[in-house]
Ligand binder design. Structure first.
Ligand code: NCD
Length: 311
């Protein structure tokens, strides 16, 4: 474990690609240790800033729960309205303050590049908990962790990524994380107006990911080991009419899922809206609640490794 601490200690988490396979394996190992043996008081006296300028349920609360479970404490806010930004304070000054009040900053913001900027300003480590439509690296870590736990490995799997591939930051980070492993094939399943952006496509292609774009999940469902589903990201659309065109473009139901393989699993970062019917919850394929619950041990492992609190 000392080697893992040395790899993580004091590091920022800005992009999924800041980490390699060995890093992720060390992270998953410590998360497993917390799942099996419970948490240790290794971050007593340490303070985490929870700086959420954008809404969040799972990411914020799992980070905060993780910090508390490790004996640390949390300061922060969960909306921009609760900060002096509304009085005209600049983002960089807010980050400077958080940096002087805490040992690590977890930040979510609507602007792409905000976490990178915060990491440049802050002396303490900064974790990107979502920057606009760009990235959400700790979600991708959690997604990879969940898949490896439930399927044994990510290598050789056929994985479908479905939904709003254009605006969902979780999709970008999920695909970048897949390039670190060796899945057999990735299907990008979306309405033509929600296709993955060209820059992301180029990046994953250059990193050797074997992917294909399809419009209809029914064409590939029987081949899939994993389906990663996302909601349409209403808040990112510049044109409300464009949103209206795609808001009901897809919906996974228990009926559709019947055509899948026995051991097929569905992941979803949540929140869901209408794209994932509740009828799926009672099938053995629903893995999204397990995925959400693993957020605490995974983020505890990350905080512990970065802050050097592993005993
Ligand atoms: C995601 C996000 O904020 O990007 N939520 C999450 O962190 N689990 C996905 C989403 O909002 O659709």
């Amino acid at each position: 474990m000392n080697k893992a601490i040395a790899r993580f200690r004091g590091r920022d988490v800005v992009s999924t690609l800041d980490f390699d396979k060995e890093d992720l394996e060390a992270l998953f190992k410590l998360a497993d240790e917390y799942v099996v043996n419970g948490y240790k008081d290794v971050l007593r006296g340490r303070v985490m800033s929870s700086a959420f300028f954008e809404p969040s349920t799972r990411t914020r609360l799992s980070f905060e729960s993780a910090m508390h479970r490790l004996g640390g404490s949390v300061i922060g806010f969960s909306s921009e309205e609760a900060t002096s930004i509304v009085k005209g304070e600049k983002f960089v000054d807010t980050i400077r303050m958080l940096d002087s009040y805490s040992d690590i900053i977890v930040i979510r913001h609507k602007y792409e590049g905000s976490a990178k900027l915060a990491a440049e300003i802050a002396e303490h480590p900064v974790i990107n908990a979502g920057d606009g439509r760009n990235e959400h690296p700790t979600q991708a870590m959690l997604d990879m962790y969940t898949i490896s736990k439930l399927k044994g490995s990510i290598n050789n799997l056929v994985i479908g990524v479905m939904g709003d591939l254009k605006y969902a930051r979780v999709v970008n980070s999920f695909l970048l994380a897949l390039t670190i492993f060796k899945p057999k094939k990735v299907y990008l399943i979306s309405h033509p107006l929600l296709r993955l952006r060209e820059d992301v496509k180029k990046l994953i292609a250059s990193r050797g990911l074997n992917f294909e774009e399809v419009n209809d999940v029914n064409l590939v469902l029987s081949e899939l080991d994993v389906l990663y589903l996302t909601r349409v990201q209403k808040e990112r659309f510049l044109d409300p009419l464009e949103y209206e065109k795609v808001k009901n473009a897809y919906r996974i139901t228990a009926e559709i899922v019947k055509k899948c393989r026995e051991d097929f699993i569905i992941l979803h970062p949540l929140p869901r809206v209408d794209e994932l019917d509740r009828s799926v919850d009672n099938t053995k394929h629903a893995a999204y609640f397990t995925q959400a619950s693993l957020g605490v041990p995974l983020r505890a492992a990350l905080l512990s490794l970065i802050l050097g609190g592993v005993h």
